[in-house]
Write a new protein. Structure first.
Lengths: 228, 417
């Protein structure tokens, strides 16, 4: 015989949009933690396929969560935010996950034939560090947002979120500067090295620098949600 | 009629009490169990189960009689029933209640004991062609309809008050400590006033009980060292810790008003379960028993009902709690507060209400106050339809069962023994 859900399960579903967004961010954060080691292995010419597998696993998990969220808000339940806003939000957030996965896959697809000097390697590592930092800060911001939601977005939460946004803006600026420097270096090699390698290297930088831009768009959305 | 035959309605009443306790216990404990931090905090503390027991007994013993009399004499003219007719009535209505309890476990919505009981009484009234007091029936129907809406509005207002006066404050922990005292005192005073107008003994019992709980709470929030925050360098973490501490205050508050929830529940449900059995005993033992028979029955069955709540309901609630979203303590407190005040107020006026519908109404109210990021607002409508169906089905089912008993010769057999 069909087992009907208990009335409280129908009244308050186990998964809420905020929970799912938080789980999605968690996947992004977990995969971002692999980036530094991935780069280290890449520069030392070691096998990186296991990192690709792990990142793909998180990407699949994030996709499932995204679909679950879509399904949840498609049901005839009352939601505190507009459905369009939530869909747009998760779409942008998913772009971050895609960027991380694309970055890892791009590293896997092609080994750069030229020898990257220590300065470039250091710059690329610090770019990667800042991206991981910005994802970590963004995760904290989402956690504070969820705490804030349960407390009616009190003033201390607003103030803290503004501080978090300022920190993220600083990181975005740093990442932009780093990526510009790296881009300049990449194109300065155009007469000496293979053009495909240079484009490949540049694409890696573009993919990483896209992440803080997406985060910046998301922080604007969070502020909109808080003022909704 | 042989006196030992009374054992059948007695047995059926015990069963109704057990099933009702198991069913309602899930709803009443579920919010607390859904919140992991509150649940872990109190899981091994048997004190949590003592509170419902005390609440049920106090509610049933001192307020249950108002609801009891309303059910016994407020819907049909039970005075004009002979003892044999009353006996058949008790067995049929209690059987119908148990059948509906059984059917409801396969249905997507809960059923209410009061709707089934009153439906059964109307079925008896129609079958025996008794006077049906439509005025009371209509007013009860209106109360059934407005209680979830009433608790929705009270839940919404109360959550907004808690949000604006406690949680949204800059010094959230300090302000919550002060406002928590006001919240709990207002509820206790409201309950004491209700009981003062009914029984002085009940007033003094509750006054001592509430004073003890209140002092324990004051000691906990003002003098316990664990309430102080060790600030770290991370502001995000500090804010989270501060809100966690605030949540702890609300989980203590939720526990403190648990007796009030069960006082209201006891006043309603115990009276409902024993109404027919008490009628039978009253006509059987008229002037043969010292004191108030209703009071004895209410006391005994409140213990049975609360034990069922504690032993059956809480276990099932623990199991189901893993499948619902975590409810923050401030929302649990709001829903309990709203349920306790609505139920006690309507019980005071003799109206039987459904705890499940009232609790659901308060959660929807909290949802409308933006307490939940997602909730099912249409569920209240589904519940209103479900009580209407339960009511109609119990009228029809009891009528059919009366017919069957009549034509199977039970009436004749009873008159011979």
């Amino acid at each position: 015989m069909k087992k009907y859900p208990f009335i409280f399960q129908r009244l308050l579903p186990k998964n809420t949009p905020l929970n799912l967004i938080s789980q999605h961010v968690d996947c992004i954060y977990q995969s971002s933690l692999l980036l530094n080691e991935l780069l280290r292995y890449y520069f030392s010419n070691e096998e990186i396929s296991r990192f690709i597998e792990q990142i793909s696993f998180f990407e699949r998990k994030a996709d499932t969560i995204k679909n679950e969220l879509r399904q949840l808000i498609r049901n005839s339940l009352k939601i505190s935010f507009t459905r369009e806003d939530i869909l747009q939000f998760i779409h942008i957030q998913d772009n971050i996950m895609d960027s991380i996965e694309d970055f890892a896959k791009l590293l896997f697809l092609n080994r750069i034939s030229f020898i990257i000097d220590k300065q470039v390697e250091k710059l690329l590592n610090s770019l990667c560090d800042e991206v991981v930092n910005s994802i970590k800060n963004y995760k904290e911001m989402i956690d504070t947002f969820i705490t804030g939601y349960n407390y009616g977005f009190a003033k201390p939460i607003f103030d803290l979120q503004k501080k978090n946004i300022e920190q993220l803006d600083d990181l975005e600026h740093k990442i932009d500067t780093l990526s510009l420097d790296l881009g300049k270096i990449a194109f300065s090699f155009k007469d000496r090295y293979n053009a495909i390698d240079i484009i490949h290297f540049n694409n890696l930088i573009i993919l990483l620098s896209k992440i803080p831009n997406s985060i910046s768009r998301l922080t604007d959305k969070i502020l909109d949600f808080m003022n909704y | 009629m042989m006196i030992y035959l009374i054992i059948i309605p007695l047995f059926l009443t015990i069963l109704v009490c057990i099933f009702n306790g198991a069913k309602d216990g899930i709803y009443l404990f579920l919010p607390i169990f859904s919140n992991e931090s509150t649940f872990i905090k109190y899981k091994n503390n048997k004190f949590i189960f003592l509170l419902p027991l005390i609440g049920e007994i106090v509610g049933a013993t001192f307020l249950g009689e108002i609801v009891l009399r309303k059910i016994q004499y407020g819907f049909i003219n039970t005075y004009s029933l002979s003892f044999n007719q009353l006996y058949i009535c008790a067995i049929v209505i209690l059987t119908v209640t148990l059948i509906i309890f059984f059917i409801s476990s396969f249905l997507p919505f809960p059923i209410s004991l009061s709707h089934t009981m009153i439906g059964g009484l109307i079925g008896a009234g129609l079958f025996f062609k008794l006077d049906i007091f439509f005025k009371n029936l209509i007013s009860t129907t209106i109360v059934w309809t407005i209680t979830p809406i009433f608790s929705l509005i009270s839940g919404l207002i109360l959550y907004k008050v808690i949000l604006n006066f406690s949680l949204k404050n800059k010094k959230v922990l300090k302000i919550t400590k002060i406002t928590a005292i006001i919240y709990i005192l207002s509820l206790y005073i409201f309950f004491l006033l209700i009981f003062l107008s009914k029984s002085k003994l009940a007033f003094y019992i509750l006054l001592s009980f509430f004073s003890l709980l209140f002092l324990l709470f004051i000691n906990r929030i003002l003098f316990k060292k664990s309430q102080n925050i060790n600030y770290s360098s991370n502001e995000n973490d500090n804010l989270k810790i501060e809100y966690q501490k605030t949540e702890h205050i609300f989980s203590d508050l939720s526990l403190l008003i648990l007796p009030n929830v069960f006082i209201s529940h006891g006043a309603n449900d115990v009276a409902n379960s024993i109404s027919l059995l008490s009628l039978l005993f009253l006509s059987l033992l008229k002037n043969k028993i010292y004191g108030n028979l209703n009071l004895y029955l209410l006391l005994i069955f409140s213990v049975i009902l609360s034990l069922s709540i504690i032993l059956n309901g809480s276990k099932k609630a623990e199991k189901i709690s893993k499948d619902i979203c975590k409810i923050e303590s401030s929302k649990i407190f709001t829903s309990y507060y709203s349920l306790a005040t609505s139920a006690i107020l309507f019980s005071f006026f003799g109206y039987r209400i459904s705890s499940v519908y009232t609790l659901t109404g308060s959660y929807i109210g909290i949802g409308y106050a933006r307490g939940f990021s997602i909730f099912n607002s249409r569920l209240l409508f589904t519940l209103l339809i479900s009580w209407f169906i339960t009511f109609v089905i119990s009228i029809l089912l009891s009528y059919i069962l009366f017919y069957i008993t009549k034509f199977s010769g039970v009436f004749l057999w009873l008159s011979k023994i």
